[in-house]
Design a protein around this ligand. Structure first.
Ligand SMILES: [Zn+2]
Length: 713
């Protein structure tokens, strides 16, 4: 290979890929009905997909360099076998038409099928990108007829997978951290004959443990490898798994959730319908190893691009002072935050006239927001703004407001509200974004807000996608999964447009703290608040759970004021929110000089040592999930830079000493170990010692912490 020639390297890769495709595009000899087999691969995941019984099927799935083929008993994906025309059920029969293969920045394969009466097309679309991570799949259905049709459920993933005999296989999944993270959060279940798994993910998780973040990992503990999958949708979706027989056969399905209510959706004449995209990826090692590879995929392929080299940025959020925020208080907070080294001032709820009327409150901001935004910019900070833009209120009529009583807007909301209905301080009635006029209004209003107020960061809060809406002139039919499917698509359209128009704008997803956490919203925002309870323990629990499926840079903790009795407990409060995206939500003016100095030091460490690890390092869950009693901790290590860190937390336990077994180091290398607070003396230790014997930490007082730096010699 010619050294340094990117073009030639690319050409060689391209030719190699073409060869791969032609080599693998042969019929398997043992089954005459099998043909058109294609290979797709990422750095980690290898698949062969093709046609079986006039349907797409997975013939091979393994991690690169590992021989175990999870898909050695292929079964075709079940394609919908009927549609409805004018209410009448019509059986349809799919026939394989052709396959289109595109080799451009990875591999995109479309397996195309057609049906005759009515004329329909269905494409099973597979995408594999260079680099780490999974392979994506989605199904596109086109209505070629001149009439509207209705379709039943079409799952995106529908595989039969084979498990090795006499291996302990586990299924891992995590809850959304909404409200308050529950006592369990991260689940690990052994798969046995008769095992059944069903868990939904919805646009608005209603109770702790009710929803999963739509991600699972299947881990072979004996052979140390496995696979994970996820759903790129914020609608009502689910993953189903059942295991039966000897050897165990896994039946794996994911996509729209039709468990409790029959699913139907409409496709207009000449229109199309896409199932939620799902991904599936293989890994070597344990659950953390798989998650670290997935994190890199989410960062490069799903999350919107990041234009600020400092990402994840350090935020001071005005909610530390609640709804009381005004011009004077905001300036004081900006002064304080700038002195502490914080990078964004974020104006939370309380700045506007009322819900649905997203203009500065004249009593609080008599000169508007722009002078405050300019002030933050002068101090070298970015400016973020909270907008509950999908919430309607009941202000007097006028098109500059989203109002439930406006006769032109009434129908945009799922229900008619009485004249005397009033919104709360920051929650109103959620508009249905499957209504085109409502969607256009919200987009136009957001454009105005971003431009007029010159903001750098937009946070959305409260529900954005409805699940109940009986209106018949919106895009959906009257079933919850279809309502949420179209409402989330409406939200995605708004954010995709905004991002095109304001490429440097940073997006935050709050939705009442961790209620909408999935890979669909991860494609639209830069970070996601994972819980609505902001004490140190909840922040550590929420981070522990969310950082399996999501890159840690996207996992946002709000740090509320729980300083405890000493400076060490104050530092533990900050550090509990500093493992991912960190938003300080305290009235920092109430901090003592001593606390301010300690905070400034922590923020300096965050920016110089921790942040590069959050972005590029591997994350390891080196302890059990925090329970508020025993010691807990997390570890980062970046093999590229040879740097790492351990976040050590002693909860209420009386045990002063703890040993952490580290991960991801090289046994033969030596590492310099330093303690930020000087609780133990620095030392030089081998990777073998740190991983097999462990790292010693001693903390004299409960509910305190230590940061331990790791650096390869
Ligand atoms: Zn609707």
């Amino acid at each position: 290979m010619i050294k340094g020639s990117v073009f030639n390297q690319f050409m060689l890769m391209y030719i190699f890929n073409l060869l791969l495709v032609s080599i693998n595009a042969f019929p398997l000899e043992d089954d005459a009905s099998l043909k058109n087999i294609y290979s797709l691969s990422t750095e980690d995941t290898m698949m062969r997909v093709g046609i079986k019984n006039n349907a797409p099927a997975l013939f091979q799935m393994n991690s690169t360099g590992n021989k175990w083929n999870w898909a050695s008993r292929p079964r075709e994906i079940s394609l919908m076998n009927h549609v409805y025309i004018r209410g009448e059920r019509k059986s349809i029969k799919w026939e394989f038409k052709d396959a289109l293969l595109e080799e451009k920045n990875g591999t995109k394969l479309a397996l195309n099928f057609k049906a005759a009466h009515p004329p329909l097309e269905l494409s099973s679309i597979w995408k594999a990108y260079p680099g780490p991570g999974p392979i994506e799949h989605e199904i596109l259905i086109r209505n070629l007829s001149t009439e509207e049709i209705q379709i039943p459920i079409q799952k995106t993933i529908d595989f039969q997978l084979l498990l090795p005999i006499r291996h302990q296989i586990e299924c891992w999944w995590v809850e959304k951290g909404n409200g308050t993270p529950s006592l369990i959060g991260t689940h690990k279940e052994i798969i046995y004959d008769g095992y059944y798994f069903y868990k939904p993910s919805t646009p608005y998780c209603l109770a702790p443990g009710a929803d999963m973040i739509p991600w699972i990992t299947i881990q072979d503990r004996k052979a140390l490898h496995g696979f994970y999958m996820g759903i790129e949708s914020s609608g009502q979706v689910c993953i189903n798994i059942s295991a039966n027989g000897t050897p165990l056969i896994l039946d794996v399905k994911s996509g729209i959730d039709d468990t409790y209510v029959e699913y139907r959706s409409r496709i207009p004449p000449q229109g199309s319908y896409e199932t939620p995209a799902c991904f599936i990826g293989c890994f070597k090692g344990d659950v953390d190893d798989g998650a670290n590879r997935l994190h890199r995929f989410v960062e490069t392929r799903l999350r919107p691009p990041v234009h600020d080299a400092r990402y994840p940025l350090l935020v001071n959020n005005s909610w530390g002072s609640g709804m009381a925020v005004d011009d004077t208080l905001a300036r004081k907070m900006i002064d304080d935050a700038a002195a502490l080294g914080i990078e964004i001032f974020h104006l939370d709820a309380g700045w506007y006239k009322g819900v649905g009327e997203w203009r500065p409150h004249p009593d609080k901001f008599p000169k508007g927001l722009v002078p405050i935004v300019d002030y933050a910019h002068q101090k070298g900070m970015l400016f973020g703004l909270w907008v509950g833009w999908a919430q309607g209120g009941n202000p007097p009529n006028g098109m500059s407001k989203l109002a439930v009583s406006n006769p032109d807007m009434k129908n945009w909301f799922p229900r008619d509200l009485p004249e005397q209905w009033r919104p709360e301080d920051f929650t109103g009635e959620t508009v249905c974004l499957a209504c085109d006029q409502a969607k256009s209004w919200c987009l136009e209003e957001l454009r105005r807000i971003v431009k007029e107020y010159k903001i750098d960061l937009l946070e959305h809060d409260q529900r954005v996608a409805v699940e109940v809406c009986p209106r018949s002139n919106h895009r959906h039919l009257d079933n919850p999964a279809d309502i949420s499917h179209h409402a989330t698509n409406g939200y995605y359209e708004i954010y995709d447009r905004l991002r095109k128009e304001f490429p440097r704008l940073i997006f935050e997803n709050c939705v009442n703290g961790g209620r909408m956490v999935d890979f669909g919203v991860a494609k639209r925002v830069h970070y996601i608040c994972f819980t609505d309870t902001y004490n140190p323990l909840s922040n550590r629990r929420g981070f522990y759970d969310a950082s399996f499926p999501l890159p840690p840079s996207m996992c946002e903790a709000y740090v509320a004021h729980h300083p405890g009795p000493t400076l060490d407990t104050f530092k533990a409060m900050l550090r509990s929110g500093m493992m991912g995206w960190c938003a300080i939500m305290c009235d920092t003016s109430s901090w003592t000089m001593e606390q301010k100095a300690a905070a400034k030091r922590q923020f300096e460490i965050y920016k110089t040592w921790i942040r590069p690890l959050i972005n590029k390092g591997n994350l390891y869950h080196i302890e059990k999930r925090p329970d508020g009693v025993r010691w807990d901790g997390m570890q980062y290590y970046d093999p590229q830079t040879g740097k790492g860190i351990v976040f050590a937390f002693r909860a209420t336990t009386s045990r002063k000493d703890h040993i952490y077994k580290l991960k991801g180091l090289l046994t033969t290398e030596e590492y310099q170990i330093r303690y930020e607070d000087g609780t133990s003396t620095s030392s030089l230790q081998t990777g073998d010692h740190l991983m097999n014997y462990g790292l010693f930490v001693r903390l004299e007082e409960p509910e305190t912490s230590e940061l331990i730096y790791i650096e390869k010699r």
